[in-house]
Design a protein around this ligand. Structure first.
Ligand code: ADP
Ligand code: ZN
Length: 705
């Protein structure tokens, strides 16, 4: 274990342990070697170059294409008391001069540059800096194989070659095998070691809901958000129009929400983004244009209002939730309409075959009946050995049954309605609904009318979707979504083929599901929620004063720990995750003041300890059991019981001491001039009577007088 790096981790960043691979990467870098770091978003890549930067004399250069992220990281470093700055097209000439001056004077530990700025200054003042490490963030941008190729990145190799002795580190969250090789070559890394951490984000729950009608979908989303009590999240929609509609609906429900899409002008877009980052707007309804370059760690949930185009996009988008490692929820809604629409887009676009293939994989994932995380990760080449326990399928494993009879009922109804009706009508006929349309069309005379009343509408809809997925019927989107029979469907109706169906998940179970938290993730639910809210308010006002996003002050995780552990001394405060020396000095007092006030206020409300004992006593527990349950001394339990007895509460104290003992204690008590002192009495009874019995005897004696 390298002592220095651990000390920095704790004192500067406030963390107790390194995450997997961080320490190895840091040590290798300190040995002067190149590394390639592949970690998911939120995996903790920055720490890999920030700690070496602090260990070494001189400056670390960080190349990043994302201007907003640069500012964010620099603010976060400054908040931890580290001298860092950035240099990109967003700053004025005066600021440029200031940064150059600071860098030249050797005052900066880290300097962030955009690739184009780096190239343009690499032969001027940058040359005179004592560069000790170069980190290339978003390294996939150098590869033409990647999805985000940036030509400026290709010039970085020249820079690399100009610093042959300096370790280089390439970092990215996305790169498949061919891209990796390409990145190493393009950047000119030397004998670099590849570090890949797991892409499994255990803290994200995964849930998928298919074929939910729009109105119900909106209501579910509203209910879900309200259950999250002001915690922020993102809803991704397919179209710009959708973002506006959904956002308007939620706004009418009194929620703090804004929409975001590429059709808005850049000023509006930036306003929305900033207000979300600063926790002023809680919910963003956006197209997938939103999120690139956002580093907000406390996004607590992500909802997909429509089916994403591919699993890459889906994983990236849900990955924006829970970057702080605390539990976060993700829900995907999909229906076949989205799928059909995208297929048509794909037909007309470039690379049609591949896009459609990816879309099919996306749909397969959505319809899967086995652990979703397994499917998702295996798509990215990582194979889980166990089911995850934190997805909807794991929480409600499907039970299969022979659904042939059920299917026959449904299919013959489709036939009897002459393949003209959609799913809703078919189910209504099966369930014998009394609606006007059914009567008007004469469907109440159909032979299968009302033959399956006992199955709920919800379950029927699920079965119909299963029939469609298994190819027994086809949903004709071009013809008012009417249901058509397929060859397989006919075989089932004729009794030539059997079909397996799975039991739909009950609504009740679903509610349970959203509440259930995985065992693996630290549960911080037991915090004092009103204190947590107060701490959030303080954080917000500090963030306004300092003009930084709230999470730069402290992450949610730190605040939750404060609300759970109630630190009121400097040492206790430093033990909170994410509290380093600098933040302790800057903000500690203010936060502890809030906690102290809370403690003082909360005290009188606390149930007196004797009453807790009394309640257990009334439940019939013995004093021994009470002591064990409460984790207190037996003696203390007896003193509680004695006190309760003296106060007139119904406690049968006499059962705990024999009459003879009471007499002996009485004698000793008299001899000791009736002083209520246990030790002298204990001694004068030759240490034969235990303290607690003396205590009880005395109480009984005094009570009798
Ligand atoms: P990435 O750049 O890989 O997306 P970050 O570097 O932004 O991820 O780190 C994500 C979050 O994890 C940050 O809030 C960071 O402070 C935190 N973090 C990083 N390393 C540790 C650690 N060893 N212990 C606790 N938190 C950490
Ligand atoms: Zn699972």
């Amino acid at each position: 274990m390298n002592k220095q790096t651990h000390t920095i981790l704790k004192n500067v960043f406030g963390y107790d342990n390194f995450r997997p691979l961080q320490e190895e990467i840091i040590d290798r870098t300190l040995e002067g070697k190149d590394s390639f770091v592949l970690m998911p978003t939120g995996g903790g890549k920055s720490m890999c170059f920030q700690i070496p930067a602090l260990c070494m004399e001189g400056i670390t250069i960080v190349v990043s294409p994302l201007i907003s992220l640069m500012k964010d990281q620099v603010q976060a470093l400054n908040a931890n008391g580290i001298k860092a700055d950035f240099f990109n097209s967003s700053i004025s000439p005066e600021e440029e001069n200031r940064v150059i001056e600071e860098a030249m004077k050797g005052e900066l530990k880290l300097l962030y540059l955009s690739p184009e700025k780096l190239i343009s200054v690499s032969n001027t003042w940058l040359k005179s800096l004592k560069i000790k490490l170069v980190a290339i963030d978003e390294a996939h941008c150098v590869s033409m194989w990647g999805h985000d190729f940036r030509p400026e990145y290709t010039q970085l190799k020249v820079f690399r070659n100009s610093l042959p002795e300096v370790p280089f580190m390439a970092l990215t969250a996305t790169a498949d095998k061919s891209a990796r090789k390409d990145i190493e070559d393009q950047l000119g890394l030397k004998n670099s070691k590849l570090f890949i951490s797991s892409f499994d984000r255990k803290n994200l729950s995964i849930e998928v809901k298919g074929m939910v009608p729009k109105k119900q979908k909106l209501q579910e989303i509203k209910r879900f958000i309200k259950s999250k009590k002001g915690e922020g999240g993102i809803i991704y929609c397919l179209s710009r129009k959708n973002t506006e509609e959904v956002s308007a609906y939620l706004e009418e429900e009194g929620l703090s929400v804004a929409h975001y899409h590429a059709g808005m002008n850049s000023e509006d877009r930036e306003g929305v983004q900033t207000s979300f980052i600063n926790d002023e707007t809680k919910i963003i309804v956006a197209t997938i244009a939103f999120g690139m370059g956002i580093d907000k760690p406390n996004v607590r949930w992500v909802i997909h209002y429509n089916l994403p185009k591919n699993l890459e996009g889906y994983y990236q988008e849900i990955g924006r939730a829970g970057r702080d490692g605390l539990p976060a929820d993700t829900i995907l809604y999909y229906n076949m309409r989205d799928f059909v629409l995208y297929s048509q887009f794909a037909d007309n676009g470039a690379n049609s075959g591949m896009q459609k293939e990816k879309l099919n994989r996306m749909l397969q994932f959505a319809e899967a009946k086995s652990c979703r995380r397994k499917i998702l990760l295996s798509y990215f080449g990582e194979h889980l050995t166990k089911d995850c326990g934190n997805c909807d399928v794991c929480s409600n494993p499907p039970t299969n049954f022979d659904g042939t009879v059920l299917a026959q009922k449904a299919l013959s109804t489709v036939v009897r309605l002459r393949e003209k009706e959609g799913l809703g009508m078919v189910v209504n006929v099966l369930r014998g609904s009394q609606n006007a349309e059914i009567h008007a069309k004469g469907y109440s005379k159909v032979k299968t009318y009302g033959i399956a009343k006992e199955t709920s509408f919800y379950d029927w809809r699920d079965y119909m979707v299963q029939l469609a997925n298994q190819g027994a019927i086809e949903i004709m989107y071009s013809e008012n979504s009417s249901l058509k029979m397929s060859k397989i469907g006919w075989e089932i109706v004729k009794g030539e083929r059997k079909i397996q169906l799975t039991k739909p998940v009950q609504l009740k179970d679903k509610e349970k599901l959203t509440k259930k938290k995985p065992a693996k993730v630290v549960s911080l639910n037991d915090v004092n929620s009103d204190l947590f809210e107060e701490l959030k308010k303080l954080r917000f006002s500090i963030s306004r004063e300092e003009n930084v996003p709230a999470y730069i002050v402290f992450g949610d995780k730190s605040l939750k720990e404060m609300a759970a552990d109630l630190p009121i001394t400097e040492n206790e405060f430093l033990a909170i995750s994410g509290v380093g020396m600098n933040k302790m000095q800057q903000f500690g007092e203010e936060f502890m003041e809030v906690i102290r006030k809370y403690k003082a206020k909360a005290k009188p409300k606390k149930i007196p300890t004797t009453i807790v004992t009394f309640d257990l006593y009334k439940e019939g527990l013995t004093p021994e059991q009470i002591a064990e349950k409460r984790g207190i001394q037996l003696m203390t339990v007896f003193s509680h019981l004695s006190q309760l007895f003296s106060e007139g509460k119904e406690v049968d104290l006499a059962q705990f001491v024999e009459a003879g003992i009471i007499e002996r204690v009485k004698g000793a008590f008299e001899k000791n001039e009736r002083k209520f002192e246990l030790k002298p009495i204990f001694d004068s009874l030759d240490e034969e009577v235990p303290y607690h019995e003396i205590r009880i005897a005395l109480t009984l004696i005094l009570k009798d007088e």
